[in-house]
Structure formats: structure tokens, C-alpha cells
Write a protein that binds this ligand. Sequence first.
Ligand SMILES: *Cc1c(COP(=O)(O)O)cnc(C)c1O
Length: 390
Amino acid sequence: MIYLDHAATTPVKPEVLKEMLPYFTEEYGNPSSVYRLAQRNKKAIDDARAVVAKNLGAQPNEIFFTSGGTEADNWAIKGMAEALKEKGNHIITTNIEHHAVLHTCQYLEKHGFEVTYLPVNPDGLITPEQVEAAIRPETILISIMYANNEIGTIMPISEIGAVAKRHGVVFHTDAVQAVGHLPIDVKAQNIDLLSLSGHKFYGPKGIGALYVRRGLKLPSFLHGGGQERGRRAGTENVPGIVGLAKAIDRAYQDLAAKNAKIKALRDYLIDGIYERIPYCRLNGHRERRLPNNANFSFEFVEGESLLLLLDMEGIAASSGSACTSGSLDPSHVLLALGLPHELAHGSVRFTLGEDNTKEEIDLVLAKLPAFVERMRAMSPLYEEFVRKNS
Ligand SMILES: *Cc1c(COP(=O)(O)O)cnc(C)c1O
């Protein structure tokens, strides 16, 4: 099995699982109870909160645990909309956000809010100037992703944070693809709200967090008990929280060295594909991208069919984003880059991880050209194209 879909999810690292296991069995107390069995759980949560905070340049009381990235995005956006609805009804985001942000914004549009979806350039980037130009007196929130899950482009977050601060507008970033992969400092970058998710950096699924800058009045999202200082009710996912903390801490250890290794392997894959396969293009910005992401469009190829051929060889990749595959709509991200439908349909995303090897990439480079060739051989459009160009 050659796993090249780390943007969809990552395996839990053994050392992360080891930290979690006692909290399923021996250390099962409810953190809200008074006896020591329970209080040890409460301490584990407090320690985990401090670890997560430290890795983001935040204070522990600014971290709230959630069920994942989707909940953190929903909470940040719906919560700020509710809190600031007397001040204004305008939200700024981009047209390549994850559906957890896009569908939340669309929901708010049905409830009286106006949303500006800033169009990205052909590399998948927006500029701080675009954000500034979109700000109106009634703008209450800017929500712009840190790094894109499909094409890996990294937005100019610090510069956008500075714009938001200058105009006194709250700034949220969906940093689910960035946390554990890029250095983040919420204070220096003027980030007010930040979403993260454990399973994107070798932690467990079903656990994430929202950073909320101190002083920001974000209403409670889940009502019930007094957990998370009354802001997010529900008995805490203690094993998940402990795993999340271990995962973020290990992710940021030797980050530069890990990223250099992954990037070198990724560039080897990109160069290899360009050398071996004609009529293809790398989607997203060549430099400003996550070190592990290579998203390619192959002309005259159907991405989903290519994935099936790859899967037969034990190679796991994805087309579009995992959440949209299974639907026949081409990816909204690729269309936003200006790709025609055929090219958007002919795309495959390879996202590498810490454990991929050069041998694995060599195997992909050995198999892929023949698969692409085989699919093109069945395409009448390709036949016509070759005839015209020969
Ligand atoms: C995976 C992902 C999410 C959703 O996170 P979950 O924890 O799976 O709910 C949100 N935004 C981005 C950019 C993602 O990659």
C-alpha cells in the first residue's frame, strides 16, 4: 500500500495512541466529577490545552476543544455572525474554501447575511489588497483558509491579519491543513480565530480545536453542561484531547527537517511526472504551496478512473477533495482557478507524508505514465488532438 492521500487524513502515530489508551480504560473518570479518578482527567485536559496553546503562540484559556475542523469552522463563523449581527451583516471569504466554511457561509446567506467570495487568481491565491477592497462599514468577519486542501496554496495570512486588524474586523482562518505542517503564531499573525483538526497531523479523528483570541465574545455553540468554561457543552473527549496534544507536539518537533525531506520527495514526483507525461499541468502555485502537495491535471484523462487504476496497484490518491469525490461535480477549487471542466475532471491530488519513501515514488512514476497512456488511447478527443498536431 502506497498512501499518498495525507491531506484527506493521516494514520495515528503509535506514540500518540500510546498516550491515549489509558484514558479509554483505567483513566475513565468524568472530568466534571470530584474524586481523584476524575480530577486526573481534568488535569490531562488542562495539560493538553497548554500544549496546543504553546504550539500556536496562544494562551491556554484561548483554546477550546471541538469535535474537529468542521465544528470549529461552524462555531467560529456562525458564532461571530450571531455576536455581531447588530454591527453588520457582511462576511468576506474566498471561493476555494473547504465546504465546512463555504456551506456555513451559504447557510448564513439564507439568514440575512451577505457574503463576498473573493475570486482567487489562476495560482489559487488572493491578495491582501483584494481583502481590503472588499471591506465595507458593515463587514463583521473575514474568514480565509491558511492553506488549501486540494491544491496546497498558502494564503498570505499575516498580511491579511494586518489588514483585518487595521480595519477592526474579526479574522478567522481555517488552518486545518496548516497546523502541524507550517509554523503558526496567532499573535504575530493577528489571527482572532483559528480552526484545527487532529487527524490531519497524525492525531485521532473526531477531535479538533478552535483558538479564540482573549476578549473576543464568541457565543456558546453547544448548550448543556459547563464544559470548556461554559462555551462548548458535552463531556470531553479525553482520549482525543490527549491524543491531539501529543500529535501537535510531535508534529512541530523537527518540523523544518521533516518538511525539507517531504518537499524533496514531492519535487521528485513533480519533476518525474513532467518528464514522463506530456499534456499535464501542476495546479496551484509552484512555490507557495504545502510541502507535501502535488495536484496534477492530465488532459484527456478522467481523474476518477485514473484513481481506480492506481488503487489496483495499491496506490491511494484522490481527485478533487475526499468530501466531494463520489459526486460528479468537478472540484469548485479547480474551477475557481479557471480550469475548463475537462481538466478539472482530469485531476489527481497526491499528498505525501512523513513515511513515504523514494522507492514508493519511483513505483508511482513507473506505473502512472502507462495508466495515463492507456486512458488516452481510449479517448476519441485525444486521437483527434494527436491527428491535428502531427
Ligand atoms: C479536513 C478539513 C476540514 C474538516 O476537518 P474535520 O476534522 O475532518 O471535520 C476543514 N477544513 C479543511 C481545510 C480541511 O482540510
